[in-house]
Ligand binder design. Sequence first.
Ligand SMILES: Nc1ncnc2c1ncn2[C@@H]1O[C@H](COP(=O)(O)OP(=O)(O)OP(=O)(O)O)[C@@H](O)[C@H]1O
Ligand code: SF4
Ligand SMILES: [Mg+2]
Length: 339
Amino acid sequence: MSAADAPLRRPLLQVEGLRTGFPSRNGMLHAVDGVDFSLERGEILGLVGESGSGKSVTGFSILGLVDSPGRILGGRVLLDGVDLALLDEGARRAIRGKRIAMIFQDPMMTLNPVLRIDTQMIEAITAHDSVSTAQARDRARAALVQVGIAAPDERLLAYPHQLSGGMRQRVAIAIALVNRPDVIIADEPTTALDVTIQGQILYEMQALVRESGTALVWITHDLSVVAGLADRVCVMYAGRIVEVGPVDAVLDAPRHPYTRGLIDSVPAMNPRGRPLAQISGNAPSPVDLPPGCAFWARCTRAIERCGELPSLEAPVDEDAVSRTVRCWNPVPLPAAGTR
Ligand SMILES: Nc1ncnc2c1ncn2[C@@H]1O[C@H](COP(=O)(O)OP(=O)(O)OP(=O)(O)O)[C@@H](O)[C@H]1O
Ligand code: SF4
Ligand SMILES: [Mg+2]
């Protein structure tokens, strides 16, 4: 096969230059300010960053669910090469839940408190597929089993308030899985759960993604979750991605000073006995972002050039790893053998 005949290999999901803002009394609040990333089938991407960095708004923007009067100000979201903004609302609705599903931190964003679980799951299936109620019920039951719910027939007959928090979240995950979507965007769905249940759900999600080829974006502020779950990680700061790369490379040898600071502040990621460091200062206001690097005021590596906005690029001294960093003066790579 010649190169011209080769099928065009493109990522499953491409986010290009995404900008989302909320008008406020003090001007436009730039929640997401130029986010680019791509996702392959079967890949798990961790999206991390501190509170307010724009992780959830990125997820909502991909699904076209930004709260009004907020709106997408620029950029594109492509699913299999198709620009979602060019579809009409009917076609977009058909994609939501069927090809891209979202799991929220609060399962009650998905669940309707006054409907039984079977009613909700069957409705989620028949909204997209013309199958009989009996077939839909079988699929719903199978999805509950998939997320590790024992006694699924009993759970199908329950109302959300009759289930524990962990069980409700599993049901919300099952609803996201029930149409076998190509992409799942999970927005901190395990943060409110106890550590054992969190671990179980992470394990099950990872296994499901590996089996089904579904791509997963896992939004979290918890780097240790990303370390165990993701293939690649995107680090967000003040509405922008500041570092992207394979999870081991980024966590073992971060190049952006913000990523370095984040890792140094996590007890589980530091050698025992090493003092924990906190990043001093606060993130800039998203209504009034500085013209240059948004991390400048907090950065110990700042140089004069940092008054200009850096772009997301591969550091010049790094060729083996597909990592990009938004920084004029990245943290040096550790000497070989010291990582
Ligand atoms: N509906 C909204 N109206 C106005 N501003 C909003 C809205 N939703 C988010 N924002 C603002 O957008 C910015 C990004 O918020 P976002 O919720 O994406 O942060 P996050 O990274 O998900 O934080 P967290 O870790 O706390 O969930 C914040 O400044 C937030 O206040
Ligand atoms: S661009 Fe400059 S200020 Fe920003 S993180 Fe890099 S070194 Fe620090
Ligand atoms: Mg959030």
